[in-house]
Design a protein around this ligand. Structure first.
Ligand code: GDD
Length: 294
């Protein structure tokens, strides 16, 4: 039985990834702060020495674009130094053949008005994207210097029950569900509705992560997304249609980004064979009902 170390496992994606590997028969070791802190090398060394993982996935990160604007320095520290510590730790405890998956982002790409390929140019428009480009650059240095086996994803937006309402789909679902529960007209706050994003179900994404680690790969960088793009305004309209209450939509300047990529769509050709293809509307309905019931 193979051992899988999942670092930063108590966030949104962690429980889904734990379930994905557990159901496939792996021994899963999910860890998070304070026991394993990616900014404290000694906690990583002790963990890796004990578990001797076949696979390592790092989910610990500052993952919000808005949060990264509020604290660019901390974003670099956690997302770049944290990942580097993981790689350095694996080298120092002699686990050179563990397979590692580092989660990157579609926010690494330069704006592009068609489905993006891994070979398209990178040029992040926010500190979060810059940190993920740096993580990937370090990973390629470590692959060359130490022969580490690293999968770098460039993951597009993914959502599901459990995602924080600092992100768009849970934010809209939660606000609308709260009004619907009260059963009286209300208002919701929104940001930029004109952006287009490739948004998928987190369960499709974690399945791809497992397959990328399990099967031998000839590439090391993978777009992870559906290849289908949605206008945020259309998703909002769908969420509003789930309620029978009259709801006023208010633009909130605090929710607007200083710079924003207007269109982000994945060309998923490198991972197509692993893609489950859940319908985003089903996921959104599930999230809306979750907020209504909780
Ligand atoms: N959060 C939020 N809140 N976003 C809004 C809102 C709102 O009220 N209204 C419109 N948006 C727009 C944002 O401007 C953006 O264009 C889009 O909805 C998605 O925003 P988020 O859900 O906050 O996600 P993100 O695209 O910034 O980042 C997510 O996706 C990346 C992959 O593309 C994160 O999950 C990142 O970690 C991930 O790498």
């Amino acid at each position: 039985m193979k051992n899988v170390a999942i670092i930063g496992a108590s966030g949104f994606v962690g429980p889904y990834l734990v379930q994905e590997f557990t159901q496939a028969g792996y021994s899963v070791f999910p860890v998070d702060l304070p026991e394993v802190d990616i900014l404290k090398r000694e906690t990583l060394d002790a963990f890796f020495t004990k578990v001797k993982p076949d696979f390592v996935v790092n989910l610990a990160a500052i993952s919000s674009v808005s949060a990264s604007w509020n604290n660019p320095g901390l974003t670099v520290q956690v997302n770049v130094n944290g990942s580097l510590n993981i790689l350095d730790s694996l080298v120092s405890v002699g686990l050179l053949s563990s397979r590692i998956l580092l989660v990157g982002s579609s926010e690494q790409y330069a704006p592009c008005d068609r489905p993006i390929l891994e070979t398209d140019p990178l040029l992040a428009t926010n500190p979060y994207g810059v940190s993920k480009i740096a993580q990937e650059n370090f990973s390629s240095l470590y692959q060359k210097k130490y022969g580490l086996k690293i999968i770098n994803t460039r993951s597009f937006n993914h959502t599901g029950v459990g995602q924080s309402d600092q992100f768009v789909i849970p934010s809209f679902c939660k606000q609308v569900a709260e009004i619907d529960k009260r059963g009286v007209p209300g208002k919701i706050a929104v940001g930029n509705l004109s952006a287009y994003r490739d948004i998928s179900d987190v369960r499709d994404v974690v399945h791809v992560y497992r397959m990328l680690l399990e099967e031998d790969q000839t590439e090391s960088i993978f777009n992870v997304g559906s290849g289908k793009v949605h206008r945020i305004k259309d998703l909002l309209d769908y969420i509003l249609s789930l309620s029978s209450c009259k709801i006023e939509v208010i633009e909130d300047s605090a929710r607007m980004r200083p710079v924003e990529n207007p269109y982000l769509c994945c060309n998923p050709s490198r991972i197509e064979r692993y893609w489950g293809g859940r319908d985003l509307k089903d996921t959104i309905r599930e999230m809306f009902l979750y907020f209504k019931e909780h």
